[in-house]
Design a protein around this ligand. Structure first.
Ligand SMILES: Nc1ncnc2c1ncn2[C@@H]1O[C@H](COP(=O)(O)OP(=O)(O)OP(=O)(O)O)[C@@H](O)[C@H]1O
Length: 745
């Protein structure tokens, strides 16, 4: 290394040392300040509130400082005017009076030229530098000269400008997705920083960075709209739990923890949807027609007695007759409120009670000679009360217009599906109490909850009971304080000191006892079905059913969404069609549609093969261009009779020293294939950090591995095969016992 290079490295090392000194000081300081903030404060509500806000802020900063430790600073821009800025995962300021920026947050406008500047449009830059660090040591520099007139050289010039990107793309995979802040490309940057309002659809082929872009967008929005989004939270929806674990470390590494990651199955609080549906059942349950079917089924639960067969309700003053007419009138009145079922129920009850009271009044107070009714207003009120408090009357009302829970209603519905064609009913029928809730049930539960209306009387009763308990507890504390009075305040002098009971009553003390809600917005959102998120990001959005869209749109009343997907990777039975069809009911044609066109994952050799598969079905298909090639041609092998043996040999060959191998095979072959393989991880939620993973085609969606072995591709549908073939960053092998699909021959 020349002296010039040494000097450059040395200078950067000095900066990094200074940066970490500051970070360490800040970390110690922040930890202490969280401690301080946690110590008890004055009594006022305001003081408590301020303390909670402080704790949250400082804990957030501390978490961010801890999380971003590795490669905190990764870039530097030198401007023509002589200024220079270091760019990092979060912003850090000096400890001076001006709080001078020391490290610029990658999301700040000042950092933008780092991602966008080119020789053509240098955006005021003279030089862009990538810093590579190991722990706190600078190991490499890569410089791009953007001012072509600039003759000064550092010895670290990278003429192509993509050495850092290519190194990142070829590095061994870990089973966990990493962030891309060091190398966000211009087309990606524009999407990441797009305005937060409205619906943005991001489409792109495999490996174009859709997921990476979506997650960095979440981090950017949290930075740009911190106040709003910290309160309302960001929701990221992914296709399955393994995928969520795969992407789970990206946002924390960017210092962001206030994001809720969930699959569709987790979006109805209190329900763990672990069951599975047949593809056909899932498709029926997801169909838009289900909304209407459920609405009609709820109406069916608002029943009438048969004409001529009224409900006879025993009463002390003679039987009450709840006939078709009374129930019909009451039902009309309740339906006219247009309230959801449970919330309209009191109107139904009221009308029935009113009609039955009139019935009783007319019977008891009737003048046999046709004169006015004998009963005065007090008598009528008395009768009304006796009807309104009659358990038998309420039982009859419950028969006609029952109070329903979403779970109870949907279980009944699935046991006997109505308002769907017979063959659909057959596909989704499930005896009540049989099996678990499935992901496709979740949007139906949500729909049911909307149709029924939240009857929160139970929750309110529980909250009140809890409050009473706190009052009782506080009363106990006050009693103790009174009891101890004689000891504490024997002394005349001390009688000036006030005891707790002198200044505070039990109610107020209970209020003070109430634990402040320390949960983050994301945690509160997870427990609240009606939460309105500040922004929702949906990955693999093409997979969601119309019913799932209804659920998500309810969680986003402001329609602030980023939807990410690839039509060519859509599984056959999902196929909701175009974005227009999905979005039309919610935003009409008011959505932005952008495309990503470069494949950063799959080498050109593998992509050529994968494209052939889709072209067999759609000759006009154009895949995204690969950013690199490896010189490794994918291979196919006929296993003969011993498929498992051939797979085992291929696994041995392809298992990388560092990095990960995925075997992607039809589910029904897993047992056979796994038998001779040691230490392979499989199942519904495989551990992706293990060296070799066995997956079904569906579980492979969104994931990526160094090497991939596809088994028996003839059994895959086109889109599943396309997904499977495009998961590798390095090598691809195919083993088959049955015929290969035409496109792979
Ligand atoms: N600018 C970038 N710098 C470094 N790596 C990148 C960049 N963009 C994408 N990648 C990498 O490319 C790979 C593919 O990205 P990602 O998984 O986000 O693609 P995708 O479009 O969601 O793919 P698929 O649709 O196949 O699931 C990841 O390893 C990601 O880190």
């Amino acid at each position: 290394m020349s002296t010039r290079e040494n000097v450059e490295l040395q200078k950067e090392q000095e900066f990094i040392d200074r940066l970490y000194d500051r970070v360490d000081a800040l970390r110690g300081d922040t930890a202490q300040r969280v401690e301080d903030a946690l110590t008890p404060v004055g009594n006022g509500l305001q003081a408590r509130l301020e303390r909670d806000v402080l704790v949250a802020e400082r804990s957030g900063l501390l978490a961010a400082l801890n999380a971003v430790d590795g490669s905190l600073c990764f870039g530097r821009i030198d401007l023509r005017d002589g200024a220079a800025h270091h760019i990092g995962r979060i912003g850090i300021r000096e400890d001076d009076t001006d709080h001078t920026p020391l490290l610029i947050d990658w999301r700040a406008p000042v950092a933008r030229p780092f991602y966008l500047a080119t020789g053509h449009t240098p955006m005021g830059l003279r030089r862009r530098r990538h810093l590579t660090t190991e722990g706190r040591t600078v190991t490499e520099l890569h410089d791009e000269i953007l001012d072509l007139g600039d003759r000064e050289r550092t010895g670290f010039e990278d003429p192509s400008g993509d050495a850092v990107l290519l190194a990142a793309l070829s590095s061994a995979r870990t089973g966990r997705m990493g962030d891309i802040v060091r190398t966000i490309q211009a087309e990606q940057d524009r999407i990441i920083r797009a305005p937060h309002r409205g619906v943005l659809v991001v489409e792109g082929g495999p490996g174009t960075g859709k997921t990476a872009v979506a997650l960095h967008r979440a981090a950017f929005l949290l930075y740009e709209h911190r106040e709003l989004l910290a309160k309302r939270a960001v929701l990221v929806v992914g296709p399955n739990p393994a995928f969520l674990r795969y992407i789970g470390e990206v946002l924390p590494a960017l210092g962001e923890t206030g994001v809720m990651l969930a699959t569709q199955a987790e979006l109805f609080p209190g329900v763990h949807a672990r069951g599975t549906d047949t593809p056909r059942a899932a498709a029926v349950k997801g169909g838009a027609d289900m909304a209407e079917a459920l609405a009609l089924a709820v109406r069916d639960r608002q029943a009438l007695p048969e004409p001529g067969a009224p409900l006879i309700i025993p009463h002390d003053d003679g039987d009450l007759v709840l006939d078709w007419e009374i129930a019909y009138e009451a039902r009309q009145a309740a339906r006219e409120t247009r309230l959801p079922h449970n919330l309209a129920r009191p109107y139904f009850t009221f009308h029935v009670i009113d009609a039955l009271t009139r019935q009783l009044t007319e019977r008891i107070g009737a003048d046999p000679y046709g004169g006015p009714n004998f009963l005065g207003p007090d008598d009528v009120a008395q009768l009304g009360k006796s009807v309104a408090t009659s358990e038998e009357v309420h039982a009859a009302v419950g028969e006609l217009w029952p109070l329903l829970t979403p779970e109870g209603f949907l279980a009944d519905y699935l046991a006997e599906p109505v308002y769907v064609p017979d063959e659909d009913a057959e596909a989704i029928r499930r005896a009540a109490g049989d099996g678990e809730w499935t992901p496709a049930d979740v949007p139906l539960l949500d729909e049911a909850a909307e149709l029924l209306g939240d009857d929160d009387s139970a929750a309110r009763a529980a909250a009140e009971a809890e409050r009473q308990e706190r009052v009782a507890y506080a009363q106990g504390v006050l009693d103790l304080s009174r009891g101890s009075e004689t000891y504490e305040f024997e002394d005349e002098e001390d009688s000036e000191v006030l005891a707790a009971h002198d200044i505070i009553d039990a109610e107020r003390m209970a209020e003070r006892q109430e634990e402040a809600d320390h949960r983050s917005a994301a945690e509160r959102a997870a427990a609240d079905r009606t939460w309105a998120f500040g922004h929702i990001i949906v990955d693999e959005a093409q997979e969601l059913s119309p019913m799932a869209w209804r659920l998500l749109m309810r969680r986003s009343p402001t329609r602030s969404l980023t939807l990410v997907g690839d039509p060519a990777q859509t599984s056959e039975e999902a196929g909701i069609g175009s974005w227009d069809r999905i979005l039309e009911p919610y935003v009409g044609d008011r959505f932005e549609h952008v495309r990503l066109g470069v494949n950063y994952r799959t080498p050109a050799e593998i992509m050529d093969l994968a494209a052939r598969v889709v072209r067999a079905q759609d000759p006009s298909f154009e895949p995204p261009g690969s950013v690199r090639s490896t010189g490794e041609t994918p291979w196919t092998r006929d296993s003969g009779a011993d498929l498992a043996g051939a797979v085992a040999r291929a696994v041995e060959e392809l298992t990388p020293e560092e990095g990960r191998l995925a075997v992607i095979a039809p589910r029904e072959l897993h047992e056979e294939i796994a038998a001779p393989l040691d230490g392979i991880t499989a199942g519904a939620e495989p551990d992706l950090t293990r060296p070799v993973v066995l997956l079904g085609p569906r579980e492979a969606k969104g994931l990526e591995f160094d090497h991939v072995l596809v088994v028996e591709p003839g059994r895959f549908g086109t889109s599943d095969l396309y997904v499977a073939l495009t998961r590798a960053t390095q090598r691809l092998g195919i083993v088959h016992r049955e015929d290969l699909p035409e496109s792979l021959r």
